[in-house]
Design a binder for this molecule. Structure first.
Ligand code: 5GP
Length: 194
C-alpha cells in the first residue's frame, strides 16, 4: 500500500535491525486519513470472506481494526492486556509474550462478544514473531469462532511470525512487508498486488 509505505519512509525511525518506530501515525499519534485507507484496503482484501467480527488487541490494533470493521459493516472487539474490574466472569484468556515490552501478558476477551458462529478477521499493527496474532487466534478458537484471516498493517518478513501463521494455514494479508531494517534503511518486499 503506497500511502503507508510513503509514511513509513518519511516518518518512521529505524531503532535497530529489528524495530521500526512509527509513533507519528500508528503507535501513539494516529493518522485518521491513513487509517481510513488501511481499513478500506483490509475490507477489500477480505470482502468475500463473510466476516462477522474484527478482533484486535489494545492499543495499537484498535485504530486499523476499527476502520476495517467500519468498512466491512461489522463490530470490532479488542482483547485487553490487563484485566479490568468491569470485565465479566465469562472471560476467555491466552498468554502472549510481548516483542516490544519483553514481558508476558495474559490477554482476554469476554465470551459475550465472540462466540461460535463468528467468522473472525484478526487485525494487528505489526507482525514480528507472531505471538500477538497467535494469542488472538487462541482467544477466537477458545470462544468457538472461526478465523477467516489475519490482516497486518506492517509485517517484518525477516522475523518468523508470517511463516509460522501461513504454515498453520491462516491467510495473512500485510499492507507493507519489510524485508530488512539493516543499516537504518527500510527495505520493502515487493508484494504480489504491486
Ligand atoms: P509479535 O507478537 O508478532 O512478535 O509482535 C507483534 C506485536 O509487537 C505488535 O502488536 C506490535 O505492537 C509489537 N511490535 C513488534 N515489532 C514491532 C516494531 O518493529 N515496531 C513497533 N512499533 N511495534 C512492534
Amino acid at each position: 500500500m503506497e500511502l503507508l509505505k510513503k509514511k513509513m519512509i518519511e516518518e518512521g525511525a529505524v531503532l535497530s535491525n529489528h524495530v521500526l518506530k512509527v509513533d507519528s501515525f500508528l503507535n501513539h499519534g494516529v493518522d485518521p486519513v491513513l487509517m481510513d485507507a488501511v481499513g478500506k484496503e483490509f475490507a477489500k482484501r477480505f470482502k468475500d470472506q463473510a466476516i462477522t467480527k474484527v478482533l484486535t488487541i489494545e492499543s495499537s490494533g484498535i485504530a486499523p481494526g476499527l476502520m476495517a470493521a467500519l468498512t466491512l459493516g461489522v463490530p470490532m472487539v479488542f482483547a485487553r492486556k490487563r484485566r479490568s474490574l468491569t470485565q465479566s466472569e465469562d472471560l476467555v484468556t491466552a498468554k502472549v509474550y510481548s516483542f516490544t515490552k519483553q514481558e508476558e501478558n495474559t490477554i482476554s476477551v469476554s465470551g459475550k462478544y465472540i462466540h461460535g458462529g463468528d467468522n473472525i478477521l484478526i487485525i494487528d499493527d505489526f507482525l514480528a514473531n507472531g505471538q500477538a496474532a497467535l494469542g488472538l487466534v487462541e482467544l477466537a478458537e477458545k470462544a468457538g469462532a472461526n478465523i477467516a484471516g489475519i490482516g497486518i498493517v506492517i509485517e517484518k518478513s525477516f522475523q518468523d511470525g508470517g511463516r509460522l501463521l501461513r504454515e498453520k494455514g491462516f491467510r495473512v494479508e500485510s499492507l507493507a512487508e519489510i524485508e530488512s531494517l539493516e543499516d537504518g534503511i527500510i527495505s520493502f518486499k515487493q508484494s504480489k498486488a504491486e
